[in-house]
Design a protein around this ligand. Structure first.
Ligand code: GLC
Length: 560
């Protein structure tokens, strides 16, 4: 609940804003329709041009790249076949070094996605491991003999549907995969596996990457006795995975030990960050346990509260209050609205919103994300109000890891939230430089209205609102590090909270019911407030507090 001690400088990853890039669909530099490293390099000035006097960029501080390593792309990069190389569709190792250099020149940090729970089944480690029961890597994966459970070793399930066990002819044994059968899980109990992974992490850290986002970081470790997971009484989730208590294949104590080891390793290098996908569905724990008892695990464990909340102030406020209460001293929260696995917030929330205007929802959501105490993570396109493509024809779908799984009910296809970044109103939204090649996934039909070029010219656009929010945030100690304090306890249509340090207070008001005026019963009449409001602001200017606030839907009031 307390503000960071103001005498201690904040780390870049506490003060900064992180931007997730899905490389396949961010920008295509070589004109083959697939996003790549050159495309990203060419678009860096949009993210941050490194010139503090030029305010026309978005102003983010770091990019997180979804996996760019060599991969057969069954799960679009989350199935790695060579951890030390770059997938040829994205470019070469030299091009990655160029990207690093270009980012660092602009003061953009680079965070790599590290998929350490599993490899691709095309990885040489798995090819060797699966060849026989007695090769040097035979225990690098989780192999089990057929068992009692319809011949399966136990009742563990795949998150992508069906059993988590696939039979391998050569070994006459099953291997375990929490995701697709093409993504066998590594055996994290094997010292050589750990060593190989840790050496590989050093390889990237020495090259200069600024940190990692650890994929699926709560499922590395599994029960060594392979005990059955208990079934949740009466649970009827469409995805049977959620009907089990993952007592034996998730969140095990050893998992924390592994993350502590990775953190130790990362701490040997200056100023790096460790983020984790800590998707917890156990009733006993929450993602905060991944800070570690001594703040010695993840710097930023992703909390999934916002993505799984309805767009309703009461729910969101409860989640913020929870986060504020349970974040340990010395630890730092992080929030996100969207990522590559879930529908974008504008598509998720439009149904349940108290207002039906996507532009207003986007501005209100952006205000929330960028004014909380914690590191905000943006997902590409969120800043221009991109929405999910709801009806990608079957033959154009790319999320094979989910659709190809043969058994069980499946989680929804994730392609809708991964469509090409909408750069301009030209054909295919300007995705490919200089060429009109159909992109890897189809472009959303709204690209002629919703795109970067158009948004930059419109003072009232979502993009310009985000740009302003980032600037305001960067210039405000209270927003960067101040304590968070709510001003209302049973919110219905708005959120009102303060961010404050000893010398600065910022009052944030977010009206979730845009069509209705904002009525607040809080003392804001004091002198000296400045206000930034989403429907009356002018770029780069602050406005003095008007007598009547009722016509504003989002305001950031600042008292210095
Ligand atoms: C994570 C990724 C997701 C991927 C899965 C398997 O949840 O975010 O995209 O499919 O791990 O690696």
């Amino acid at each position: 609940m307390t503000a960071e001690k103001e005498t201690q400088p904040q780390k870049w990853w506490q003060k900064g804003v992180i931007y997730q890039i899905y490389p396949l669909t961010f920008a295509d530099g070589n004109g083959d329709g697939v996003g790549d490293l050159q495309g990203i390099i060419q678009r860096l000035d949009y993210l941050n041009d490194g010139d503090p006097d030029n305010m026309s960029d978005l102003g983010v501080d770091a990019i997180w790249l979804s996996p760019i390593n060599k991969s057969p792309m069954v799960d679009n990069g989350y199935d790695i076949s060579d951890y030390r190389d770059i997938a040829p569709i994205f470019g070469t190792l030299d091009e990655f070094k160029e990207l690093l250099e270009q980012c660092h020149r602009r003061e953009i940090r680079v965070i790599m996605d590290m998929v350490l729970n599993h490899t691709s089944n095309q990885h040489p480690w798995f090819i060797e491991s699966s060849a026989s029961r007695d090769n040097p890597k035979s225990d690098w994966y989780l192999w089990q003999d057929p068992g009692y459970k319809d011949g399966l070793p136990n009742n563990w399930l795949s998150y992508f549907g069906g059993t988590a066990w696939t039979f391998h002819e050569e070994r006459q044994q099953y291997f375990f995969h929490v995701f697709n059968e093409n993504q066998p899980d590594l055996n994290w109990r094997h010292p050589e596996v750990k060593q190989a992974i840790y050496d590989m992490l050093r390889y990237w850290l020495e090259m200069g990457v600024d940190g990692f986002r650890l994929d699926a970081s709560s499922v590395y470790s599994k029960d060594k006795y392979y005990r059955d997971n208990p079934v949740k009484f009466g649970a009827t989730d469409k995805n049977a995975y959620h009907n089990q208590d993952h007592l034996y294949d998730k969140d095990l104590p050893d998992n924390h030990e592994i993350i502590r080891e990775i953190r130790n390793l990362v701490d040997e290098y200056e100023d790096r960050v460790l983020i984790g996908e800590t998707f917890i569905d156990s009733r006993l724990y929450d993602s905060n346990s991944f800070y570690g008892v001594k703040n010695d695990e993840l710097h930023l464990p992703f909390a999934f509260e916002f993505p799984f909340s309805p767009w309703y102030p009461g729910y969101l406020q409860r989640e913020i209050e929870k986060k504020e209460r349970i974040t340990p001293d010395g630890a730092w929260p992080t929030y996100f609205l969207d990522n590559h696995d879930i529908p974008r917030h504008l598509s998720r929330w439009i149904e349940c919103a108290l207002c039906t205007n996507p532009i207003e929802i986007a501005k209100a959501a952006g205000t929330l994300l960028l004014t909380l105490r914690g590191t905000p993570v943006l997902y590409y396109g969120q800043e221009i109000g991109m929405e999910d493509h709801q009806n990608i024809p079957k033959e154009q779908q790319r999320d094979q890891a989910v659709v190809a799984t043969p058994m069980g009910e499946l989680p929804p296809n994730r392609d809708g939230a991964r469509t090409p970044m909408q750069w301009d109103a030209s054909v295919y939204a300007g995705f490919s430089f200089g060429k009109d090649v159909p992109p890897w996934l189809p472009v959303h039909a709204n690209y002629q209205d919703v795109n970067v070029e158009t948004a930059l010219k419109d003072d009232a656009s979502i993009l310009n609102f985000y740009r302003l929010l980032l600037q305001v945030r960067q210039g405000s100690e209270a927003l960067c590090r101040g304590a968070w304090r709510t001003l209302i306890h049973y919110p219905y249509e708005h959120l009102a909270y303060l961010r404050e340090t000893e010398t600065e207070q910022v009052l944030v008001l977010i009206n979730f019911a845009y069509e209705k005026p904002l009525e607040l019963d809080i003392p804001i009449e004091e002198e000296g407030w400045e206000v930034l409001a989403s429907n009356i602001w002018e770029l780069g200017k602050t406005l003095t507090l008007p007598e009547n606030l009722q016509s504003f839907e989002i305001d950031i009031l600042k008292k210095v």
